[in-house]
Every structure is written in structure tokens, then in C-alpha cells.
Design a protein around this ligand. Structure first.
Ligand code: URA
Length: 203
């Protein structure tokens, strides 16, 4: 099993699908490698492909605002995408491209072990729960393996749509308490001695 530096090297050298032929830069992801909160978008766009960094265009600015609204910065979380190379003309990533890129995302999840995983938009949500619609699923946390998964709308979709915008803002506002409760749950139940039960033994 390879470590995070090796993972980034492999992403930059990857030719597993044809997106590698048209990319300027592969975009492995960025942020804290020990983050409690990880966010997964769909794929790099124009600015991300140019800079080799995730969410640096207009959707990224909005994502930074959403994080700031819960007192977090990009450095506090880990941000990545389903596919690490830009689909031409920002088209949706193909299922075969998502599949080819999957080992990288799986390894990122294994190494980072986030407590809460936010899927941004329908593609990243569909990786975990295919066949469900994002409009029904958003804002409702659900367990997936040992992680709390939390689907929200994609910031690019919400940016210019006032209704979706206030929905994604509300959904982000719940994140601090979700991270807190997911952390408490993973730490296991706190054993509080039940004195009433102990006393009743001697009744
Ligand atoms: N949209 C995404 O899904 N990912 C990015 O990195 C940028 C825009």
C-alpha cells in the first residue's frame, strides 16, 4: 500500500483514462491529510486544470465562503474530486473515467479516514449511493462504512441560484455539530457507571 506522497506522484503520472491526454495538470486534491472533514467534488474545471489545485475558480471561492461561515479554512479540511483530471469542456465525467480514478479516491479515504465526508453535487453522491437523487438526499447524513456521509448541492449549481444557495448555506451550518457527533461516536460510548443498577444488586 502506498503513502500520500506516492499517491500524488501516481495521480500526476496517471494515464488510466483518456482524460490524461487533454489535461494540463492532474489535480490530486489538497488540504489536511488528517482532516476530520473531507469534501469531494466532481472533477477539475478550467482553473483547477490550469493551477493543479481543486476548487480555485468561482465555485471554489463560494466553497471557501461556505467553509468560512463555519469558521474553517481550506487548510482545515481535505478537498478533492471524483476524477483528478479535467473532462474536456467541463462535461460530466463518464462512469468509465470515475471507475478508472476510483483507486485514488479509495486510497485517499483510507489514509485520511475523515469523520464526515461531504459529497458536493450528484456525481460524487452517486458514487456512494447510486440511483438516488441529490435533491431528496441533500442535507441528510447517513453512515457509509465507518464514515458519516453528508450530501449537499454542488457549489457551482448553488452559486447563481438563490434558492439552492440558501439551502447549501443551511446544510453547511449543520456540519460542525455533525463532525462533533461523528467524532464522539467513533470514540465509542463513554462508560458511565450506573449507580442505581449497582445499588439494586444489593436490594
Ligand atoms: N468543480 C468541481 O467539482 N471540482 C473542482 O475542483 C472545481 C469545480
Amino acid at each position: 500500500m502506498y503513502d500520500f506522497d506516492e499517491l500524488e506522484r501516481r495521480v500526476h503520472a496517471c494515464t488510466a483514462c483518456t482524460l490524461s491526454e487533454t489535461r494540463t495538470n492532474a489535480v490530486p486534491g489538497e488540504g489536511s491529510r488528517t482532516a476530520d472533514l473531507m469534501l469531494i467534488g466532481e472533477g477539475p474545471g478550467f482553473y483547477e486544470d490550469r493551477d493543479g489545485r481543486p476548487f480555485v475558480g468561482p465555485a471554489g471561492k463560494f466553497l471557501e465562503e461556505l467553509l468560512a461561515s463555519i469558521s474553517l479554512t481550506r487548510e482545515d479540511v481535505y478537498i478533492t474530486n471524483m476524477v483528478k483530471c479535467r473532462p474536456p469542456n467541463n462535461r460530466d465525467p463518464l462512469p468509465s473515467e470515475i471507475e478508472a480514478c476510483r483507486p485514488f479516491l479509495d486510497r485517499q479515504l483510507e489514509i485520511i479516514e475523515p469523520k464526515v465526508l461531504v459529497t458536493l453535487g450528484r456525481h460524487s453522491f452517486a458514487k456512494f449511493f447510486p440511483g438516488e437523487t441529490i435533491s431528496r438526499a441533500r442535507g441528510k447524513e447517513r453512515p457509509w462504512n465507518n464514515i458519516m456521509l453528508y450530501p449537499v448541492y454542488h457549489p457551482a449549481a448553488a452559486l447563481h441560484n438563490p434558492k439552492l444557495r440558501s439551502t447549501i448555506e443551511d446544510d453547511f451550518s449543520r456540519l460542525p455539530s455533525l463532525v462533533e457527533s461523528a467524532t464522539a461516536r467513533q470514540a465509542g460510548p463513554v462508560e458511565v457507571p450506573d449507580e442505581t443498577k449497582q445499588l439494586s444488586l444489593f436490594d
